[in-house]
Design a protein around this ligand. Sequence first.
Ligand SMILES: C[S@@+](CC[C@H](N)C(=O)[O-])C[C@H]1O[C@@H](n2cnc3c(N)ncnc32)[C@H](O)[C@@H]1O
Length: 498
Amino acid sequence: MTKEQSESKGDNGEEDELKWKVGDRVYALWAGNNSFYVSTIAEVNETEKSVLVTWDDADTSHRKVPFSQVMRPSDETTAWSRARIEKRATVAETKNKGRCLFTNEACEAGSVVFVERPLLVALPAVAPLLWQCLQKLHEAAPLNLGTVTFHFAALVSVLTLEKADIDIIRDKYVPEPDEEPNEDVTRILKALQDAPLDGQSSKIRTLDAKGFQRLVSAWRYNSFGHHKEDGLVLYNRISMCAHSCDPTCCWSYGDEDAFVLRSRMALEKGGELTISYLQDEDLLKSTAVRQQKLLNWKFTCACPRCCLTVDVGRGVRCQRCRVGVLYPKVPSGGFESCKVCGGNCTPEDTQMLLRMEEDYVARVETLDKKDLDDVQIVYQAALDIFEKHWILYVMDTILWEGLRPKNIMEAMEHQRRRIDFHQHYYFRPTFILAWCHEELGDSMAQTWPSRKWHLQQEFQRAYHMLSILCGTTHQYTASPYHKLWQATNSASNETKAA
Ligand SMILES: C[S@@+](CC[C@H](N)C(=O)[O-])C[C@H]1O[C@@H](n2cnc3c(N)ncnc32)[C@H](O)[C@@H]1O
């Protein structure tokens, strides 16, 4: 935390130690559970390099906090200078993943690695006429990428950025650096020659097609969808992060679309900083499905989860004893022998099970979420064949959401099964798992309000996970924290010690 305490002085890399003073509002680490809480500095001891804080909840324990465990409220949300980010993380070439990002310091689970401001946020409002023009072209004949956002962002880069920043974008990873302009790029440039673009047309009219193609691909392989609007955001350092299906980092948004990168687990100095290019939901799907999705970025993932030789997210019931669960070996496709009856799947059974799995996957993908009766029929039939399988998780999610307003008891069973599967297949903090616990706590509060220990347990789990994923001060984390507070109905240490 020492580095996070430093005051950033712009991009020249100078950093001064913060001088704390009485009355400063800060986040300080409460030694009761090693989480940060809001407080006010009551005393400063320069000799001991510590402060005495007054916790906002009037708790009187662990008030003495070393400087290294005190942060400004904005440190977790305001973008850091480039120099400060470079001190924290290094880009290095790797054998099989190109340039990747590594931490220069050991990190605790949940600590902020850095906060980066966007290089560019390409939203329709930045160039409305250009946006409309591209939309019209897309409506007339759909662009191959299925959206105008990549072409729009590439053009907005040319319109709004200085050459140095455009060069940064040109340097981003693209699968074919020498790619010739494709039909969409040529068509768009042609159409824009006569379009009214608010006096900015000359920059676009002089843009060469190959350069435009490169920018489109750079945006395609390195940007993030904007979290609120139809548009894209590109970050410089973050775009060096490799993907992993067991990512070492997670992120949330800070001020002005800043990217807050946090370690999801404890990391040693030099450890790789990875994120997931897939949504949390997809991290719970089989290795084959994840790898298929990652082909969008044109690589075959070789992360630790993808290298496992057995896929424990694709369990089937043993056909012989009906008790054991069999998992397929990858990539061969045969099933392991049953750990209960010791039986082996015959080649015919293996073929039959794999075919049924394919059929069910296809069926689940086309389920109408509103038709709960149909979902329940498919679910019940699938339970006869599968156990600890990701398609059951997908149906448990549909049934939890659909049944919740109508039949809370039944819905809760599906929520419990979602938690069980998540913990079985991918036991790391994720927003999905945290919210599963929080929602289950909400349902328990409605159904059995007297079972305090149970509510507390669900809210505590959600709170601790969200503290890692987005920090103790984020609004997402505040939600289970307040529920926990209400459930325990106490303003004492008990609540924080949760
Ligand atoms: C956003 S870029 C990351 C930076 C890139 N490595 C570079 O050299 O600029 C995404 C590309 O990095 C590579 N990459 C990322 N994660 C990978 C992984 N787990 N395995 C193999 N390649 C990966 C792929 O080529 C992917 O399309």
